[in-house]
Structure formats: structure tokens, C-alpha cells
Design a protein around this ligand. Structure first.
Ligand code: MN
Length: 147
């Protein structure tokens, strides 16, 4: 984990879980977020995501919609059942690009949507926008809860 003084002013270090089954994408997301001072956790399947969430509480989840074991929707359903994770921001990272997909993802509990291939120049800031405490997300006032 980066030391506090290495993190640019105005940006806090967060613990971010990347759930993505493509190893190259996972590495890319990992490197971008770690370079920006974040602690990165990784999972490639629904089962692995479940295992990580059983032992740690991330500040944000980056969730590939198409992952083995039931897809990102299975992860969303489990997270939203947990009271301690009820306000956890979950951002879809997906190559789905059919009309209506964005609306469908937001309706099942994702706070946001980024399409693949990602833009490496804007990806980090786009993710961090979802970390802002009390940010307007999904049309509702989002307040982060910490244990
Ligand atoms: Mn995938």
C-alpha cells in the first residue's frame, strides 16, 4: 500500500476489488489503480469474489458482468443482501454494448458503467469519481458507511 505522502492531494487511498476473468484486463486495471495509490484486491470468478468479500470490506468493486460462476449479477445480489455492504459502490466494466444495457445494469444495483476496452487515460479518475463520499450515484444520495 502506498504511503500517504505518495498520494496526490485531494485523493484518498481506497481498497478496490477488481472482479474480472480476463487476466490481461485484470492486470491493466490493477496497475492503473495501484499506481494511483489504491490497494487492489482481485478475483476472477463469482466464487473468488465471494471469498474476498468474506474476509475484507472494499471501498469499491469493479465488476465484470461476464464472469464464470453466475456472472456479475450473482455478485451484486450477494453484496446487496449484506447490511455492511449495502452502500458499497459497484461499477460494471463490461463489453456489453447493446442499447438498454446501461439502464439494465443500473436497475440491478450497479452504480455505474464503464465499457471495455477502457480508456487508460481516464479510467483511474472515472473509478475515483465513484469513491467520493456522498456522491450522487444512481439517482440517490450515497453515503459511505465504515465499520
Ligand atoms: Mn469477462
Amino acid at each position: 500500500m502506498a504511503r500517504t505522502e505518495e498520494i496526490p492531494a485531494g485523493r484518498a487511498s481506497a481498497r478496490i476489488l477488481i472482479v474480472e476473468d480476463n487476466p490481461l484486463n485484470r492486470l491493466l486495471f490493477h496497475d492503473i489503480l495501484q499506481l494511483r495509490g489504491h490497494e487492489v484486491l482481485e478475483a476472477a470468478t463469482v466464487d473468488e469474489a465471494r471469498a474476498v468479500l468474506a474476509r475484507s470490506t472494499p471501498d469499491l468493486v469493479l465488476l465484470d458482468v461476464q464472469i464464470p460462476g453466475g456472472g456479475g449479477e450473482a455478485v451484486i445480489r450477494e453484496v446487496r443482501k449484506r447490511r455492511d455492504l449495502a452502500a458499497l459502490p459497484i461499477v460494471a466494466v463490461t463489453s456489453l454494448a447493446m442499447p438498454g444495457d446501461r439502464e439494465r445494469l443500473l436497475s440491478i444495483g450497479f452504480q455505474g458503467y464503464l465499457s471495455k476496452p477502457i480508456d487508460t487515460r481516464t479510467f483511474g479518475a472515472a473509478i475515483e469519481a465513484f469513491l467520493t463520499p456522498a456522491a450522487e450515484v444512481g439517482g440517490k444520495r450515497h453515503v459511505r458507511h465504515r465499520r
